[in-house]
Design a protein around this ligand. Structure first.
Ligand code: UDP
Ligand code: MG
Length: 315
């Protein structure tokens, strides 16, 4: 098989019912380009028989390349493996539940041909998602924009096209707790957004429960910002400053015979407030230290149980 011009990466976690339609629409779209392409299906430890389906497709069509994980490693890691295996000159990351319409890849390619090296798809409209998801997603993107230095475009997911130069740089970035959108903004290069309509999931349930979304949010924050660590410093200065201001007030009130600051309630509140602030600061510190520890262990990012070819890069 010749080296493909285009790679499409689809991370798959229990998406058995979506795989045939995903393959059909990707194939239909990519055939329109008239160039060689590959579809890398990364099975992220599915338990519903997705991997058997992937192998079945790979047998019919050699452009389908299976990468099967030994267990569930998470969406961001599955995409990372896809990037490691991708051979194309332009690499597109797409969700396998067809929320990202494969047809949009043609628009991404058009921008790539104009010379852009990172073409990210911007969710102009979203269908079939709960108000809770929309609200948390919108808050999340705006908070990230506020506290980080990297310009991560608002309302983008991982649906994007990366030039192979960018892919090469991303392959060097082996951090464990990943936020790929941030990483692909951080690298620089010529970037542009393309608006699209995000569809509803074809079938099945979201594989991103609140727990996983929360983890992704923490990875995004800790990966790109020290602001949480600095919060402790700010709070320390604020409460120290306040107490210095309050001391003369209390002294004067006491001398004037006021009873205002007697009693347990006020001291209890102060102790609880400071105790709370200290525990939260410790927790934030812990988040960063835990991540440091994970990096120090230097374990592989993922474990591949089965794939047809060698990976481009050491894991
Ligand atoms: N996914 C994955 N591993 C996981 C969770 C999700 O590979 O642990 C895949 C999933 O199969 C889908 C994509 O990541 O192709 C996005 O997940 P999902 O559609 O469930 O997220 P949502 O669109 O609801 O945010
Ligand atoms: Mg989805």
């Amino acid at each position: 098989m010749t080296t493909p011009t285009y790679s499409v990466i689809a991370p798959i976690y229990n998406e058995l019912s979506n795989i045939p339609e995903l393959y059909r629409r990707v194939k239909e779209t990519m055939d329109l380009t008239g160039e060689a392409w590959e579809l890398i299906m990364v099975d992220d430890g599915s338990t519903d028989g997705s991997s058997a389906k992937i192998f079945e497709l790979a047998e019919q069509d050699e452009r389908v390349r299976p990468v099967i994980f030994a267990r569930n490693f998470g969406h961001q890691i599955a995409v990372t493996a896809g990037l490691d295996y991708a051979q194309g000159k332009a690499v597109t990351i797409i969700d396998s539940d067809l929320q990202d319409p494969p047809e949009v890849i043609l628009d991404l390619i058009a921008k790539w041909k104009e010379g852009f090296e990172v073409v990210y798809a911007v969710r102009a409209e979203r269908e079939g998602e709960s108000w809770f998801k929309l609200l948390t997603a919108s808050l999340f993107y705006r908070m990230i924009a506020a506290i980080t230095d990297v310009k991560i475009p608002l309302d983008t997911g991982d649906f994007r096209l990366l030039d192979h130069k960018v892919v090469k740089v991303m392959q060097q970035m082996r951090e464990r707790h990943r936020f790929l959108r941030g990483m692909s903004a951080w690298v620089g290069f010529k970037q542009v957004g393309v608006p699209y309509r995000r569809a509803a999931r074809l079938s099945g349930q979201t594989k991103y429960p609140f727990r996983k979304m929360f983890k992704l949010a923490w990875n995004a924050i800790t990966g790109f910002s020290y602001v949480p660590l600095q919060i402790a410093t700010y709070l320390g200065f604020i409460s120290a400053g306040l107490s210095i201001l309050v001391i003369p007030v209390v002294v004067v009130m006491r001398l004037a015979g006021s009873q205002a600051f007697f009693g347990q309630a006020s001291s209890l509140l102060a102790v609880l407030f400071l105790g709370g602030v200290q525990l939260i600061s410790l927790g934030i510190l812990g988040e960063y230290i835990g991540r440091l520890y994970d990096e120090a262990k230097g374990r592989p990012l993922y474990i591949v149980r089965e794939s047809q070819d060698d990976v481009n890069i050491g894991k």
